[in-house]
Design a protein around this ligand. Structure first.
Ligand code: GLU
Length: 281
């Protein structure tokens, strides 16, 4: 199997050390395997994703000495393709329109499930026919109906340090921890991040998804969706997150820690590599 991986930032801000680690790791693994390394901009959030951030990302990656294969792939050019993939799910009766607001969902959960620390959708709109969809409605996946259609014992392979092994999709825990997720936002042609990302992984023939362990939680729903869409499931590799000296995760918004800041302070690409590949003492 050809080794194909990608770095898939959302251009909503400057790159930080955590992104640098993710990009370098994916790049180096691809090069070591004689494979391909692709660059994908996950820029479906048209309000927050700005050309200036994309330019900054390209500049930082180039400065780090990373090269990618082929042109940059932009999700903003693919909205129609993502929506087209929803159609078979509609045909199979797996989607329903939902008009609930966040506070409706909180209120529905509050009484019977007080203290339950998750916001899995309580199913208020489940069963509504697609024909009743209003422009302001979101589309949700009827997860129980979807799970009826996928093979018992669907599995995916994870090779990252924290969760290495074969993971099986278990119906009861999927219903409890994932629930009826929103796949398409209200009134817009914009599909959920995890759906667009999974579709692109398949369409770009990604063999290995290399990304931070904070995204591991999205993997089961991505595997379920890929199976429903009859698309191939990649191997996943979730890496550990880079933390600051106090052990806090480096957030993208923490501009003080942006890569450009390190560059301005005179760090070299090798200094960055040493910093991200050296575990904290
Ligand atoms: N766009 C996501 C982010 O910037 C990464 C998605 C992925 O690697 O699957 O956090």
């Amino acid at each position: 199997m050809a080794f194909v991986t990608r770095f898939a930032p959302s251009p909503t801000g400057p790159l930080h050390l955590g992104h640098a680690y993710s990009a370098i790791l994916a790049h180096d693994m691809a090069r070591a395997a004689g494979g391909r390394f692709l660059l994908r901009m996950e820029d479906t959030d048209l309000d927050r994703c700005l050309p200036v951030h994309e330019a900054g990302i390209v500049d930082d990656l180039t400065w780090l000495g990373l090269t990618w294969d082929g042109p940059i792939h932009r999700q903003s050019t693919r909205l129609a393709a993502y929506n087209a993939r929803l159609e078979p799910l509609v045909q199979r009766g797996l989607l329903y329109p939902c008009s609930c607001t966040r506070s409706d969902i909180r209120a529905a959960l509050a009484a019977p499930q007080e203290g339950v620390p998750h916001t899995v959708y309580p199913g208020t709109c489940r069963g509504r026919p697609m024909a009743s969809r209003q422009p302001s409605d979101a589309l949700r996946l009827d997860l129980a109906a979807a799970l009826d259609l996928i093979p018992e014992g669907l599995e995916f392979l994870e090779t990252g340090p924290a969760f290495a092994g074969v993971h099986r999709i278990v119906r009861a825990s999927a219903l409890e921890s994932i629930g009826d997720v929103v796949l398409s936002r209200k009134g817009e042609d914009i599909v959920a991040y995890f759906l667009a990302s999974a579709i692109d992984d398949a369409d770009q023939a990604i063999s290995h998804v290399i990304r931070g362990e904070d995204l591991f939680a999205f993997t089961p729903i991505q595997v379920i969706l890929l199976n429903l869409l009859e698309l191939p499931v990649p191997i996943y590799h979730h890496h550990l997150l880079i933390r600051d000296d106090a052990g806090r995760r480096l957030a993208k918004r923490d501009d003080a820690r942006s890569l450009s800041r390190y560059r301005a302070e005179g760090w070299t690409p090798d200094d960055i590599r040493r910093r991200v590949f050296t575990p904290p003492a």
